[in-house]
Design a protein around this ligand. Sequence first.
Ligand code: 13P
Ligand code: SF4
Length: 324
Amino acid sequence: MKKEERVTGYSDTKLVEKILHLKQQKNAVLLAHFYQVPEIQDIADYVGDSLGLAQKALISNADMIVFAGVHFMAETAKILNPDTKVVLPDLEAGCSLAASCPKDKFSEFKAKYPEHIVISYINCTADIKTLSDLICTSGNAVQLVESLPKDQKIIFAPDKNLGGYINRITGRDMVLWDGTCEVHDILSTEAVVKLKVENSDAKLIAHPECKAPVLELADYIGSTTAMLNFTSKDDSNKYIVATETGILHQMRKNSPEKEFLIVPTDENCLCNDCSYMKLNTLEKLYLCMENESPEIKLSNKVIKKAKIPIRKMLDISKKLNLIK
Ligand code: 13P
Ligand code: SF4
């Protein structure tokens, strides 16, 4: 939404003031993903990756969780904290990965592999979670798969890039659902090679949703939180970043002296904004807090079933010391 199309007519400063006031007045917690616009990240109570956000949602005792992220993340918050109202600034904030795996098609796929368990990446709908034995995020996927017996047969959905990466790292042969993230899958390998040649002093860091040729060139692969921590602790001064642009905000905040170059989608275009994440604006955030809508609604049946594999993920992650 362009600023001049605003329905409230408030400036950014006024909106921030009003959001902070509503947060207090309504005892709300604002959880934001790293791919949100900087002005939302800057006023959030917590900014994190999918794993961190799920944990925060679980332990929240706020009266309202305001989720500045995409739909599957807000759904996860609702599943983990069903008695709390969860609102999302724009209900259209979906995810191409989640959309690539519809329930009916996935049920048919699953039926072909009766001996396999299902591990689903958290970037899937609540319906897919109800069909899953274990959920993972990019922050714990490799370790969760490694924690299972070597001969365990596994279907991995919905991201074939992340699934392929886990197969290569762990030597497993998981059956992969054919889904991708429309942002990461189109990051250009040619552009990565060119950037590496032109910046031989830079390290390439990549999200595991990138396709295999990009991952093969990477010096470090990890979730958004893991990439951020890597750039804070590592001693290089320059990084080529293969993920969505939103993460650069925290990287630059944490390491202002370092240089971060984003990987383009092709020679001419820095199109690696997630159009779903970027649907959330300060104005929509204010309106959803004021109106307590749009709200995430799920049936008790779905919540009960989908919660099992998510809780399992959190429990195993705790045992493996991946989370506190
Ligand atoms: P993270 O869990 O690493 O933040 O990734 C979420 C996501 O949607 C990546 O596209
Ligand atoms: Fe989904 Fe990709 Fe956007 Fe992440 S970046 S929310 S995986 S479409």
